[in-house]
Design a binder for this molecule. Structure first.
Ligand code: SF4
Length: 456
């Protein structure tokens, strides 16, 4: 069996499963957020009754993160609905925006976008917060009401996005009927050269298979090339499995995975036991592709979908209006550090927005010193508009007052993961997906730029 099949077989209580089989699996974690949480709760109450209790309150994780820092009253209300539900169900893992459990969330437009407005429990973007808060464990099954739930495959977990109806059912029963996906095998060899990042690997892979080439399939990444990839790198790759249509992305378990998960579960006091899935000698794959990391170059996915692959060095005539670094794909500490290495001591020439994915990442950037300045200050000095309000922000467009949202038909190079028309706001805007380093180099020139031009 493949890694995905092994995890699903275990979750179904079966010795073996085969691709295409429909099985009932038990969830280890159900995650929802402010956009889909209210709908999921509505389905749960409608189907299981007003007084019903969730199947296991320790396994439900609620993370408001999407439409948070906005004056839109319906978006603010969604956070309040989550708070009321968490209180009613006594759900311990609710990462509220505010500290008062009986309060109401209201974004203060007068304070503005830049200064922190959240309380001490807020966790930021769900897919970055889940591992940071100790909710991702190897060999487990994670369902989340968000398509990028596949990010947690970096931790050797079967993690996939589901809709509100399915999530309402999981909330009540802890189970879900799913079809075992076929597995596409991606063997990574070699090491990335300077100036090339994990984002370039996944943009290359999606360019190979197409933006729907992995539809309802597992994408298994393994091979010797994985050793040199950090957990952040693996998260970037697994995160974008859905951009090829994948059901999930998954990596092998290794010492790095163990160190990360053990540290995070201990730090947060979450469940620390787990059973990783290891590779079998016999695996049946739908397809196989070997990727030599040493041959990759800075890559861009052009408007209007993530499969429109080009090399950054071939796109020097593409002029840009803005640059954006952030999201569960490109808003991690390591992403900002690599971005900062390029813009340090220089000035961006187009509007450039920086949105760290979580409060912890903000803390990292504000406490990491390069010479006598924090990285945060270096980014501000370079002209990057950095917000302390960690979250999804303009990655998904959002209400019109969302930080960094494109409210006009602009061209933006972005470290995010999706670029279908209208994704970051205006329906006629264009988004070019790239690595944080490519975004940084492009912000310095105002056109798509290969970051190797700035690496000595
Ligand atoms: S950062 Fe973007 S891709 Fe990630 S969860 Fe938020 S809206 Fe979705």
């Amino acid at each position: 069996m493949t890694l995905t099949e092994k995890i699903l077989a275990r979750a179904a209580g079966k010795a073996t499963v085969t691709a295409g089989e429909n099985i009932w699996v038990s969830a280890d974690v159900l995650m929802t957020h402010d956009v889909c949480g209210p709908g999921t709760i509505g389905v749960f109450k409608r189907e299981f009754g007003k007084e019903a209790k969730v199947w296991d309150r320790q396994k439900v994780v609620i993370i408001p993160d999407h439409y948070i820092f906005t004056s839109d009253s319906k978006s603010n209300r969604n956070v309040d609905i989550l708070r009321e539900f968490a209180r009613e169900q006594q759900i311990p893992y609710f990462y509220d925006v505010i500290d008062n459990p009986n309060g109401r969330w209201l974004f203060d437009a007068v304070k503005g976008d830049f200064v922190r407005q959240f309380g001490s429990h807020y966790a930021g973007v769900c897919h970055s917060a889940l591992p940071q808060k100790g909710h991702t464990r190897p060999g487990e099954v994670l369902f989340g009401t968000d398509s990028h739930t596949c990010t947690a495959g970096a931790f050797n977990q079967f993690a996939t996005g589901i809709g509100n109806t399915d999530a309402g059912f999981v909330m009540g029963t802890g189970k879900l009927l799913i079809k075992v996906p076929e597995t596409m095998h991606f063997r990574l060899e070699g090491k990335l050269p300077a100036g090339v990042m994990a984002k370039d690997i996944i943009l290359h892979v999606i360019g190979e298979v197409g933006f729907d080439g992995a539809t309802y399939r597992a994408m298994q990444f393994d091979g010797p090339g994985v050793n040199s990839l950090s957990m952040d790198d693996r998260m970037t790759i697994a995160n974008m499995a859905i951009e090829a249509g994948g059901k999930n992305g998954i990596f092998e378990f290794d010492a790095q995975t163990q160190a990360y998960v053990d540290y995070r579960t201990k730090l947060n006091g979450t469940k620390s036991t787990y059973e990783p899935a290891e590779r079998d000698r016999q695996e049946t794959f739908f397809s196989e592709l070997t990727v030599d990391l040493s041959k990759l170059e800075p890559t861009v996915a052009c408007h209007p979908d993530p499969g429109q692959r080009k090399l950054a060095k071939e796109m020097g005539d593409t002029r840009l209006d803005r640059a954006y670094i952030g999201s569960c794909t490109g808003g991690k500490t390591s992403d900002f550090l690599d971005f900062a290495r390029i813009v340090r001591g220089r000035k961006v020439v187009i509007d450039t927005f920086g949105v760290p994915a979580t409060p912890e990442i903000i803390r990292d950037l504000q406490t990491t010193y390069w010479d006598d300045k924090t990285v945060w200050q270096l980014l501000l000095d370079a002209g990057v508009k950095m917000t302390e309000n960690a979250g999804c922000a303009a990655c998904l467009g959002g209400p019109v007052d969302t930080f960094g949202r494109m409210n006009a038909p602009l061209k933006c190079i972005s470290a995010t993961n999706r670029n279908f028309p209208g994704r970051m706001g205006h329906k006629d805007s264009q988004v070019f997906l790239a690595s944080p380093m490519t975004v940084a180099a492009s912000a310095l020139t105002g056109k798509v730029t290969d970051p190797r031009e700035y690496i000595c």
